[in-house]
Design a protein around this ligand. Structure first.
Ligand SMILES: NC(=O)C1=CN([C@@H]2O[C@H](COP(=O)(O)OP(=O)(O)OC[C@H]3O[C@@H](n4cnc5c(N)ncnc54)[C@H](OP(=O)(O)O)[C@@H]3O)[C@@H](O)[C@H]2O)C=CC1
Ligand SMILES: O=C1O[C@H](COP(=O)(O)O)[C@@H](O)[C@H](O)[C@H]1O
Length: 587
């Protein structure tokens, strides 16, 4: 760790950008301002005369993107028109005026709030990432007191495995900052009451307000209208995190965007895709752009296929009602997998700034060739008994309509029609109720031309090509399959792994994706959030396919709960000369 004197030069050039504000929070506010001020002066970044939070891309934040040509964020005026305000958060503001951060979790009684959002907020608090003055409000229709909310939240809070000190104290301190307000999602009056409660807790300080919409999509617009008209900040920024699904197709997604933009500017909307907050997905660009060995190989010249694989070993039990309206292609492929694909395939961005990265991602999405029905396999799990235990079929769920054709599994071959990737199959596979839970990116390289060791491989030359695997979860790892000489006097080659196993190399708990994304939203860093044109391009890719599947009533291939999925997926891969890497048996 750099000494205090070395801070401005050493930490700033390091990739561990989040050590900076964190380090600062450990110093007195004055020392902190001086250190960061000195860095900003030295590097001339924006010339701002106070400490700034740094984003996950290592840049001091201006907290305003120039996308959409806006110089500042806005909040809606009473007439519903966006009104320009200063959009910045800084510790110096917080020092001089004691500015506050108020986070309202809308849908606080729900599953996602309990499972992910409150625990992530606590983890940020536990690790000193939140500003000194922050409060958290839960909002939902369910009647609850502050104390009942605290009890509910406390069930799912955990401390870092490797840092349990003061856990109970920290939980107590966090819970004291949590409050609850019960209200309807479409009632401006109820949001006005929320505004009064927020103001009371904010104690007259200037305040930045973040709303997390952890609710079903049919009420997004009502909430945004009410929150923006009646509970947005009058003297700081107002931002809204929106959870997927962002529509069901191009039309409904555009309609949602249009409705949201009646009350918010694009800069205020943070469309979350939690896969972009996962450690290994975040590392994809680092691996590519900070190592000489990968980028030169990153094209059709050396890569023969790329596989994006998502599987869960449980079904949709309990979520059948939601799932049946969407299906696996909308639930996983159109967002999580396609976002990873765009990051994987994009050209090097001009910089790590959000707009530079999102510009490159959107180019990839717009270069995608239409997905052909013949390049897609859909499946649905059926009931299965194993070891005396029986597992239900998808349609056994009482919330799923009888005879539903909704796919719980899909595999597809996608192609990018640009110079770098022409002809390279990007194979996606996503499924529920499979034999394993995992998410990974697999890159299979071409054969070595004129390989001198051909005869030492045995019969399966295909297995002898290099393969790079980024295991997103579980047990995060990056490994490269190489060919190696088996030690001894003979000349026999063996497949071996160069293995970066995270739990061995970095034996500390990896933050949950929601922690990174919440912190980014607080800091105004948009890099890991979906811009509206990215969303449009992703829907433009999948909407025709979805319509074709639905209008032709394509029957999904049934596969047993807990199996490896429909055999059709193997035929699909084989037609593109691909072997699924996750089924190879030696991974
Ligand atoms: N759960 C998960 O793992 C994931 C969820 N998401 C998305 O996040 C959002 C929230 O998810 P989740 O917490 O599971 O959702 P829930 O179904 O649990 O809904 C959240 C809250 O919204 C209110 N609510 C539910 N249904 C309705 C309705 N029909 N009309 C009005 N209010 C309703 C309820 O609160 P009350 O009755 O108290 O008002 C409920 O507690 C959804 O958009 C979901 O698609 C995305 C990824 C993963
Ligand atoms: O967005 C979603 O993601 C979850 C899987 O998330 P993970 O972080 O647990 O891998 C999935 O279960 C759900 O169906 C989907 O809506």
């Amino acid at each position: 760790m750099a000494s205090v004197l070395g801070f401005s030069s050493t930490i700033v050039t390091s990739y561990e950008s989040r050590n900076e504000p964190k380090l600062c929070t450990k110093f007195s506010a004055k020392t902190c301002s001086t250190l960061c001020f000195s860095w900003i002066n030295q590097h001339g970044k924006k010339g701002r005369k106070h400490f700034q939070l740094r984003s996950s891309n290592g840049h001091p934040l201006n907290a305003v993107s120039s996308h959409d040509g806006l110089a500042g964020s806005s909040l809606a005026k009473e007439d519903g028109q966006p009104q320009q305000i200063e959009d910045s958060f800084s510790f110096s503001d917080s020092e001089s005026t004691g500015s506050n951060l108020s986070i309202t979790v809308v849908g606080a009684s729900g599953d996602l709030a309990k499972k992910k959002i409150f625990p992530a907020l606590f983890a940020l608090f536990y690790e000193d990432w939140l500003p000194e003055n922050f409060i958290v409000f839960g909002y939902a229709r369910t009647k609850m007191t502050d104390e009942e909310l605290r009890n509910m939240i406390s069930q799912t809070l955990t401390c870092r495995i490797d840092k349990r000190a003061n856990c109970a104290d920290k939980m107590d301190q966090f819970l004291k900052r949590c409050f609850y307000h019960s209200g309807l999602y479409d009632s401006e009056d109820n949001f006005l009451d929320l505004d009064s409660k927020l103001k009371e807790r904010e104690g007259g300080r200037s305040s930045n307000r973040l709303f997390y919409l952890s609710i079903p999509p049919n009420i997004f617009v009502d909430v945004v209208r009410c929150a923006s008209l009646k509970a947005s900040s009058k003297n700081g920024w107002t931002r809204v995190i929106v959870e997927k699904p962002f529509g069901r197709d191009s039309e409904s997604s555009s309609e949602l965007t249009r409705s949201l933009k009646q009350y918010l500017t694009e800069d205020q909307i943070f469309r979350i895709d939690h896969y972009l907050g996962k450690e290994l997905v975040e590392n994809l660009s680092v691996l590519r752009f900070s190592n000489l060995v990968f980028e030169p190989l990153w094209s059709r010249n050396y890569i023969r296929n790329v596989q994006l694989i998502f599987s869960e070993d449980f079904g949709t039990e309990g979520r059948g009602g939601y799932f049946d309206n969407y299906g696996i292609i909308r639930d996983i492929m159109q967002n999580h997998l396609v976002q990873i694909l765009a990051l994987f395939a994009m050209e090097p961005p001009v910089s790590l700034d959000a707009e530079d990265i999102r510009n490159e991602k959107v180019k990839v999405l717009r270069s995608m060739k239409p997905i052909l029905l013949e390049d897609v396999v859909v499946g649905q799990y059926k009931g299965h008994s194993k070891g005396g235990k029986s597992y239900p079929a998808y349609i056994d769920d009482s919330t799923v309509p009888k005879g539903s054709l909704t796919p719980t599994f899909a595999a597809a071959a996608l192609f990018i029609g640009n110079a770098r990737w022409d002809g390279v199959p990007f194979l996606m596979k996503a499924g529920k109720a499979l034999h394993t839970k995992r998410a990974e990116i697999r890159v299979q390289f071409r054969h070595v031309p004129g390989n001198l060791y051909k005869r030492n491989f045995g019969t399966d030359l295909d297995k002898a090509t290099n393969e790079l695997v980024l295991r997103v979860q579980p047990d995060e790892a990056i490994y490269l399959k190489i060919n190696n000489k088996v030690p001894g006097l003979g000349m026999r080659l063996d497949r071996s792994d160069l293995n970066l196993l995270y739990r061995s190399r970095y034996p500390r708990e990896i933050p949950d994706a929601y922690e990174r994304l919440l912190l980014d939203a607080i800091e105004g860093e948009r890099r890991l959030f979906i811009r509206s044109d990215e969303l449009d391009a992703a829907w433009a890719l999948f909407t025709p396919l979805l319509k074709e599947i639905e209008s032709k009533k394509i029957a999904p291939e049934l596969y047993p709960y807990g199996s490896r999925g429909p055999v059709g997926a193997h035929y699909l891969a084989a037609r593109h000369n691909v072997r699924w890497g996750d089924l190879g048996g030696d991974d």
